[in-house]
Design a protein around this ligand. Structure first.
Ligand code: CAA
Ligand code: FAD
Length: 374
């Protein structure tokens, strides 16, 4: 029922805007409102904080179906989850009560700021500092590549509170868009997901109250990585959604397009490509759902030893599959596929980011190998 509901919304309100959102690079506020009205913009927020209380699989299904229509828009539910999971995992009750209900009501979005210009894969090498000053912390530094920066009201920000202590010297904070000393840079000009702004964040003696720290001092990096254990699964969902969109479009096209006097779908060379695309997609989807089941059990407090492996494996497998499937979809449309008169070139451009963000696929392989070898 959830899939039917979100697919209907995606076909009615999201798909018709996708090409324009890609062309203009504008954040689709009208689509955001449609998601809010359907309670699909942050379905993971628990009922006690005013949310829809969707489990991890529900979030995956929403993101998958939205991404099937528009990858940029699927970052609304995905990044709302990414920004708020640190609070759900480690935040005080006060922080949760204050910051989750506005997100649930659709009055605010939440971004997640880990990466920096000199600290991407090696996230623990971050340089942004947070220095205690009485009842406040004062933040200085730059975050880079922050999804939905500028449209989000709240930001989970990781910063060094104990220089020299490495990963154990990092703490997490909530920063609000109007905090003094906080500002957002110009949007990056990107290959894909153009309707989702990606910007730098600047902290210039940014003063925030000390109670905005998420968890204890020095636990911010662990919270950041524990969050990614849950949210890399949402990027897997985005990838399989994009791939499904491309496969569906290609399936329709090959039945219509005629060459050598028949529909190209009748050629075995085309059929085998379709079969491989669908096989890779379904394998990635099942791995993603298996990861989502583990994520949900962990969110409910169960110790789930293999969550880290499954989360990285799902993200890596689904994003690699999405890149292959969208590239094959362009191939199946021939020259037409290479033009922006058809949606598959957009899907191919959008798919690429899923191999890069929330940790590149080399980093996912490193994480998986560490789990295997430990
Ligand atoms: N959960 C909780 N804690 C964890 C953890 C996990 N999954 N993995 C490691 N830790 C803990 C470790 O136990 C260790 O703590 P102790 O010292 O107390 O034991 C600490 O974290 C540091 O661990 P490592 O020594 O393994 O850390 P590392 O420096 O070698 O780096 C890494 C680990 C896996 C490479 C990590 O830096 C990483 O994932 N890098 C990729 C960055 C990334 O994914 N960025 C995503 C940005 S968000 C984004 O991109 C959003 C978007 O697009 C929409
Ligand atoms: P680098 O770390 O410099 O990597 C360059 C290359 O080296 C990659 O191929 C990488 O895999 C490889 N490499 C690095 N280390 C190793 C290793 N040990 N072994 C093998 N290969 C290695 N970050 C956030 O915090 N929040 C966000 O909301 C967010 N959104 C993003 C949105 C977009 C559109 C983009 C492009 C990025 C976003 N990111 C975000 C940042 C993203 O997570 C990083 O770009 C990513 O983690 C890689 O870091 P980097 O770009 O610095 O690449």
């Amino acid at each position: 029922m959830l899939r039917q509901a979100i697919r209907a919304l995606a076909e009615d309100k999201i798909a018709p805007r996708a090409a324009e959102v890609d062309r203009t690079g504008e954040f689709p506020w009208d689509v955001y409102q449609a998601l809010v009205e359907a309670d699909m913009h942050a379905i993971h927020i628990p009922e006690e904080y005013g949310g829809a209380g969707g489990d991890a699989l529900a979030a995956v299904i929403v993101i998958e179906e939205v991404a099937r229509a528009c990858a940029s828009t699927s970052l609304i539910p995905a990044v709302n989850k990414l920004g708020t999971v640190p609070l759900l995992l480690s935040g005080s009750e006060e922080l949760k009560q204050r910051y989750l209900p506005p997100v649930a009501r659709g009055e605010a979005m939440f971004s997640y700021a880990l990466s920096e210009p000199e600290a991407g894969s090696d996230a623990a090498a971050m340089r942004t500092t947070a220095v205690r000053d009485g009842d406040h912390y004062v933040l200085n530094g730059t975050k880079r590549w922050i999804t939905n920066a500028g449209v989000s009201t709240y930001y989970t920000v990781m910063a060094v509170t104990e220089p020299g202590a490495g990963a154990r010297g990092i703490s997490a904070f909530v920063v609000e868009k109007d905090d003094p000393g906080f500002s957002v840079g110009a949007p990056e000009k990107k290959l894909g997901i153009k309707g989702s702004p990606t910007c730098e964040l600047y902290f210039d003696d940014c003063r925030i109250p000390a109670w905005r720290m998420i968890g204890e001092p020095g636990t911010g990096f662990k919270t950041a990585l524990a969050t990614l254990d849950h949210t890399r699964i949402t990027i897997a969902a985005q990838a399989i959604g994009i791939a499904q969109g491309a496969l569906d479009y290609a399936l329709g096209y090959v039945k219509e397009r005629k060459q050598f006097g028949k529909a190209i779908a009748e050629f075995q060379g085309v059929q085998f490509m379709l079969a491989d695309m669908a096989m890779k997609l379904e394998a990635a989807r099942q791995l993603t759902y298996a990861a989502a089941a583990r994520s949900e059990r962990a969110m409910r407090g169960e110790k789930v030893e293999d969550l880290t492996f499954f989360s990285s494996a799902a993200k890596c497998a689904a994003s690699d599959a999405a890149m292959e499937i969208t590239t094959d979809a362009v191939q199946l449309l021939g020259g037409y596929g290479y033009t922006n008169d058809f949606p598959v070139e957009r899907m191919m451009r959008d798919a690429k980011i899923t191999q890069i963000y929330e940790g590149t696929n080399q980093i996912q392989r490193m994480v998986m190998a560490r789990q295997l070898l430990k």
